[in-house]
Design a protein. Structure first.
Length: 594
């Protein structure tokens, strides 16, 4: 009996790809699923959902699912889209209370879980839910198909389904971001044009799949382009190095192909760089070869700011491969990116608006749009403004939250659609030598992120300070392993610039008399790098700075846990301060941002 799929771009693309070409690979087992298998199994999973629905239409319904990173996730995700329903992936690492909130808030009709997460799923729904979705445990997909000749396409259009992710909720409860099928298709097509995914690409996937980065950039887009995706999650530095090295080691299986495409977060590049010297000599040689431009076509860093030392160290280790930085968020997918040419990968810049994305800067004080050619103020300084975006890649709404949706969009004066207010502040400037590589979208002044309007733009003594700029300079110092710069309330200055850092082994003994690096050591080190008002007035040393799965720091929580919870001040000096440095233990209880 023939199965049918709707005439959606993603399914039509999968059907066009060579059915024998690998689509999904499980790295540890080397088990490979070709595009023919994928199309066949998505159609079969669609039929299974039809049976579960018992005659009820699934159009526009939210279907939550809990699945391990791999083929079962992919098939489940696409089968939900095939019903014009909204796919809602859940994170296995999240506490049950958070999953209950998402299930309740979304009003999910079904809660699907693979056998691996049967117990967790049952625990989630057994208590504390006003709205209890139908829980269904999915059987392991054991495909024997190598083609999808029995799959037909209908004239049905998918218009009400899509993809929903929940924001981190740093100030309020998390909000559901609705990304329609046309929206995620537009995002993928924009990236294919900019980053040139092809069927010859093999992408190593080590990211979680409840974030836009892991799902759209590293899964949906390569499938639309016909690339192969190899899952090696959760990330482990030794595992990744071994996989990268395998095609270049005589003792390895000759069937392993070189990885051509890697898109991860800065912390992963840091861990790879830190662990590389511990590899044996043969592995070091093989891994250096694997990440050269000859084999690794593209290496991308995103989801958090990339420290310049990390970028430089990767270039040196890889024999000239330069990390490409980009900018995006849940609501907009990817919005800005540096170009493919190395001269277009400028330190500290996230490049230009991607194809089909419109971007503008709006002065945060006056509300005036900063027009091209008006990027410099009367003092000769770059004008900072909020990034605002519009176009087919921008989300439609926060789920059942019209008030929040209305607050984040602003009307346009040209009748061409509303602008989304990102809350991120940037400057825009021309960089000599950049923007001349021939990529039509990568031209003109480049964007440089200054930080979140709420937490990364610090107003001290009438001056606006970028926390990200200071973090870059701190991370360039050999004493600093990690850094987060924040503003803390101060009666005299409005806000005071403060830094939270993790010291390197060198930093632990770099102070006077072999003591840990101090606030005065920091100020001396930054004296020739930053204006005096930008140099942090307070320094707190911690064992770790908590981050979420995508390497981001919740700075509001960090301020509360590191600065506002310290002991009372006596004679102007906090208890526990030595040489101007407050040593704070690891705060494992911090709530991480998205």
């Amino acid at each position: 009996m023939a199965s049918t799929l709707p005439s959606s771009p993603i399914f039509e693309a999968i059907a066009r790809h060579d059915p024998r070409s690998p689509a999904i690979i499980h790295s540890t087992s080397d088990r490979t699923f070709c595009y023919g298998s994928l199309l066949h199994d998505v159609a079969a999973a669609k039929d299974n959902l039809t049976a579960l629905a018992r005659g009820k239409s699934l159009v526009g319904e939210r279907i939550a699912f809990l699945a391990e990173n791999g083929y079962d996730y992919v098939v489940t995700f696409l089968s939900i889209l095939s019903h014009d329903a909204i796919a809602l992936p859940l994170a296995p690492t999240h506490p049950n209370s958070e999953l209950r909130y998402i299930l309740e808030n979304s009003g999910a009709l079904f809660f699907l879980a693979t056998e691996k997460f049967r117990e967790k799923a049952q625990d989630v729904v057994k208590e504390g839910l006003d709205h209890v979705p139908n829980l269904e445990i999915l059987s392991k997909i054991e495909t024997g198909a190598v083609s999808a000749e029995n799959v037909k396409f209908s004239s049905t259009r998918v218009e009400k389904g899509g993809f929903m992710l929940y924001t981190s909720g740093t100030t309020n409860r998390p909000k559901g971001v609705v990304l329609s099928i046309p929206t995620i298709t537009a995002q993928a097509r924009s990236l294919i044009q900019a980053w040139r995914y092809t069927p010859s690409d093999l992408l190593l996937h080590v990211l979680p799949l409840h974030h836009i980065h892991g799902t759209i950039n590293a899964l949906f887009t390569p499938l639309l382009a016909g690339s192969a995706v190899e899952f090696a999650y959760p990330f482990n530095a030794d595992t990744v190095w071994k996989r990268l090295a395998s095609p270049f080691l005589q003792s390895s299986s000759p069937s392993k192909r070189p990885i051509t495409f890697l898109t991860v977060v800065p912390t992963i590049y840091n861990r790879l760089l830190t662990s590389h010297p511990n590899l044996d000599q043969d592995m070091q040689v093989a891994t250096r070869t694997a990440i050269t431009p000859q084999y690794m076509r593209l290496n991308i860093s995103g989801s958090a700011a990339l420290p310049t030392p990390t970028k430089s160290a990767w270039t040196e280790l890889s024999g000239g491969n330069v990390l490409l930085e980009r900018y995006g968020m849940t609501e907009v997918g990817m919005a800005l990116s540096c170009g493919l040419a190395y001269e277009d990968r400028v330190d500290g810049s996230v490049g230009w608006p991607l194809p089909s994305v419109e971007a503008r800067l709006v002065d945060t004080e006056t509300g005036e749009v900063i027009q091209p050619g008006q990027e410099i103020d009367q003092k000769g300084e770059p004008r900072a403004g909020e990034i605002q975006l519009r176009g087919p890649t921008i989300f439609t709404e926060y789920f059942r939250n019209p008030k929040a949706t209305a607050e984040e969009f602003v009307a346009a004066d040209d009748g061409q659609g509303k602008w989304f207010k990102t809350g991120d502040v940037a400057i825009r400037q021309v960089v000599p030598g950049a923007g001349k590589s021939g990529q039509s979208w990568a031209q003109g002044p480049m964007y440089f992120i200054r930080g979140r309007q709420s937490v990364d733009i610090i107003k001290t003594g009438g001056e606006k300070v970028s926390a990200l700029e200071i973090e870059r300079e701190l991370l360039s110092l050999p004493e600093v392993a990690e850094a987060a710069v924040v503003g803390i309330a101060n009666e005299q200055w409005g806000q005071k610039v403060a830094a939270v850092i993790v010291l390197t082994p060198k930093g632990l003994t770099a102070g006077k008399g072999g003591k840990p690096w101090s606030v005065m050591d920091m100020r001396r080190a930054l004296k020739d790098k930053l204006a005096n008002y930008k140099i942090p007035q307070e320094l707190k040393v911690v064992e770790t700075i908590p981050k979420n799965a995508m390497g981001k720091i919740n700075k509001k929580t960090l301020v509360k846990d590191v600065f506002e919870k310290e002991k009372p001040v006596t004679n102007g000096v906090s208890n526990g301060v030595t040489n101007g440095v407050h040593h704070t233990p690891s705060t494992n209880g911090l709530t991480n941002g998205a």
